[in-house]
Design a protein around this ligand. Structure first.
Ligand SMILES: [Zn+2]
Length: 247
């Protein structure tokens, strides 16, 4: 097998590997986005639950006021039971006044409870509305995740097809070069780098920006020799613009 034939087959393999790398990157991007969406859902739910704790305040306040009322009710009971033991009219009137004062205190607490209940009702309504919005958003996010998962499955399927295809292609490639190719690929994801050529014929390795002398550029272009980058070890090739890819 000539160097030209080997190089051409390696380029074909490389074209497949480029697509695999592209799909792998797309998959990992989508997985990253799913992770971000999931974190966002969790965070929004957490913030909501935190705000919702405000409702506990109303319950607590109501309990406190109800306790105050109970205490006063038992005070009234106690004073009522004293009435029969009272001897003078004045003492009777004084006791009645005390009871009346306590009753008005109870009324004040009851009014307060009513106000709290009204506010609690408003807040509960507000939170119910907020929760509905949040649920809508969660649903939207979940649909997005589902879409991503579908696309990921598609891409993974395509990757598997490409892997099968490259296995077939490997059979026709010079063993020594194939092993070298696979070794570079395992470390750098892509084993080949195209040479970018400027007007003066000087080249640059697209893999690492290493400068390449014109003589090497010519050899790679003619495919008379298989050359690798001294700097990044990738196998060089020159992209042929009008080449119909055999992929
Ligand atoms: Zn290089």
């Amino acid at each position: 097998m000539t160097d030209k034939e080997i190089l051409e087959r390696l380029i074909d393999l490389h074209k497949i590997d480029e697509q695999i790398v592209k799909y792998e990157d797309e998959v990992s991007n989508m997985k990253e986005r799913i992770k971000n969406i999931e974190e966002k859902i969790k965070e929004e739910r957490r913030i909501f639950e935190e705000k919702k704790k405000k409702l506990d305040f109303f319950k607590k306040k109501k309990l406190e006021l109800e306790l105050e009322i109970k205490q006063r009710e038992s005070e009234i009971k106690q004073k009522d039971s004293q009435i029969s033991m009272i001897k003078t009219n004045e003492a009777y009137k004084a006791l009645q006044l005390e009871i009346k004062t306590i009753r008005s205190e109870i009324e004040k607490f009851e009014d307060e409870i009513l106000l709290i209940m009204e506010e609690e009702y408003r807040e509960m309504k507000h939170f119910a509305e907020q929760e509905n919005l949040l649920k809508d958003e969660e649903k939207k996010f979940k649909n997005e995740i589902e879409e991503f998962n579908k696309k990921i499955a598609e891409k993974e399927n395509e990757i598997n097809i490409k892997i099968e295809k490259r296995k077939e292609m490997m059979k026709g490639i010079d063993r020594g070069w194939l092993e070298r190719y696979e070794r570079i690929r395992s470390g750098k994801r892509l084993a080949m780098a195209s040479i970018e050529v400027n007007a003066d014929g000087d080249g640059v390795c697209s893999g690492c920006r290493f400068a390449i002398r014109p003589q090497a550029v010519i050899e790679v272009k003619k495919k008379t020799k298989i050359l690798t980058c001294d700097n990044c070890a990738r196998i060089w090739y020159i992209e042929e613009v009008n080449n119909i890819m055999k992929v």
